[in-house]
Unconditional design. Structure first.
Length: 413
């Protein structure tokens, strides 16, 4: 049940939330670790914090604004997962359906045993990949950036799942039919192109092109008018610059400044994509994403518009990792949050199982996820609260901002 709040609670909470402003200003903006940031906290039916800092585009002197557009990358994944679950509620797909039921070319997928592209050694999986495996990242698929196995290397060579490069969603699905799985379905957790495949399935099962389904069934009903798979010309001036620190994937170097990673005046996001990525293709605003998060907080409904049933959201945000384990026990991923003890994974979102084991603040049952450019959201039904961090910095593991935000916000309760 949501934690009860009174007007006096809001007053004390708001006073203590002022520390968020000071912290981001002193620790990240003034030292130049971030060009800009936008932090919002929704609690008890109101916006308790709306904190804007620094620049959306440092090179052009454009300040961070409430309508700044951000590359949300993997925060696209929960939206795609909701799309699939809408079809699940309609009885059009079941979570234990074999994926090959919808992608017949995948009926013979094998599991990697050795070798490399062109000479892979494989074996048959113990069971077929299921829809639930795509939702919870236990499918055996991977990302090229993982750089751990020859299967990852094959993804890189074939440019699979790379939104910025040539290719289509349909082309990726076809190419994956010729590659082995990194592991047998259900045997490990590995961050992957699974959610891109979900986007393909949404289109195939619904009969509506995936981007159209997302617009018609999720974005428009929720009033998320600034969210889409590209930035139209009339909104181009609102797109934030994306920055990088150090060399991506390596530890942050002391004193190293930010470099411009994606110029908002030449960004690939200014043009409609060939590859509509359900795993990382959306651009959005904090205000739009807050509406999506509030829908989940509301058990699938927002301001009279219902996208999912309450029980579906409960199922989505429960831990679905085999055996009920947490991420470190099952993960093979390089993704930073996979190291969080006490954290499970549901159908498109991570979920807190035991705050004591996470060694950070939260509630049992809160759920969350983030994007590659350091965006982040948390929904906490027990506290009737949503928190958002929107910035544009690669990699997301550069600084512990997400854990710090949890400490600051939960510490204000």
């Amino acid at each position: 049940m949501p934690h009860p709040t009174s007007s006096s609670d809001h007053g004390a909470f708001s006073q203590r939330l002022a520390r968020v402003d000071r912290f981001f200003a002193d620790e990240y903006i003034r030292p130049g670790k971030l060009a800009g940031a936008l932090v919002q906290v929704w609690r008890g039916g109101r916006l308790a914090l709306n904190s804007l800092h620094g620049m959306a585009d440092r090179e052009r002197g454009a300040p961070m604004a409430e309508d700044t557009l951000f590359r949300i990358y993997s925060m696209t994944k929960p939206i795609t997962s909701v799309a699939l679950l809408m079809l699940f509620e309609q009885g059009l797909v079941a979570l234990d359906d074999p994926v090959a039921q919808y992608i017949p070319e995948w009926a013979g997928l094998q599991v990697y045993q050795g070798g490399e592209l062109g000479a892979f050694k494989t074996r048959a999986p113990e069971r077929p990949m299921q829809i639930v495996d795509l939702l919870r990242h236990t499918s055996g698929l991977t990302y090229g950036f993982q750089q751990q196995t020859p299967v990852d290397a094959a993804y890189r060579k074939l440019k699979l799942g790379d939104v910025a490069l040539a290719g289509t969603l349909e082309g990726m699905v076809a190419a994956l039919a010729g590659l082995p799985l990194a592991f047998a379905p259900g045997q490990a957790w590995n961050y992957s192109v699974s959610t891109d495949v979900l986007g393909y399935l949404v289109g195939k099962i619904s009969g509506v092109p995936f981007p159209d389904f997302v617009r018609q069934r999720i974005l428009d009903p929720l009033g998320m008018a600034d969210t889409g798979f590209h930035v139209p010309p009339e909104k181009a001036g609102r797109l934030a610059a994306c920055y990088a620190v150090g060399q991506l994937g390596r530890a942050v170097e002391a004193g190293r400044g930010l470099s411009l990673q994606d110029d908002p005046r030449t960004s690939v996001f200014l043009q409609p994509p060939a590859f509509f990525s359900g795993g990382g293709g959306l651009v959005s605003t904090a205000a739009d994403y807050l509406r999506f998060a509030r829908m989940l907080l509301g058990g699938g409904a927002l301001e009279g518009t219902r996208l999912l049933g309450r029980k579906t959201v409960e199922l989505m945000t429960a831990n679905h990792l085999p055996g009920g384990v947490d991420l470190p026990q099952l993960s093979r991923s390089m993704f930073s949050e996979a190291a969080y003890s006490g954290v499970g994974f549901g159908l498109g979102v991570a979920c807190t199982l035991d705050p004591a084991r996470t060694l950070t603040l939260g509630s049992p049952g809160d759920f969350f996820w983030g994007g590659a450019a350091s965006t982040f959201f948390v929904v906490d039904p027990r506290e009737d609260m949503v928190m958002l961090l929107f910035t544009q910095l690669l990699p997301s593991s550069a600084y512990p901002m997400r854990r710090q935000l949890r400490a600051l916000v939960y510490g204000a309760l």
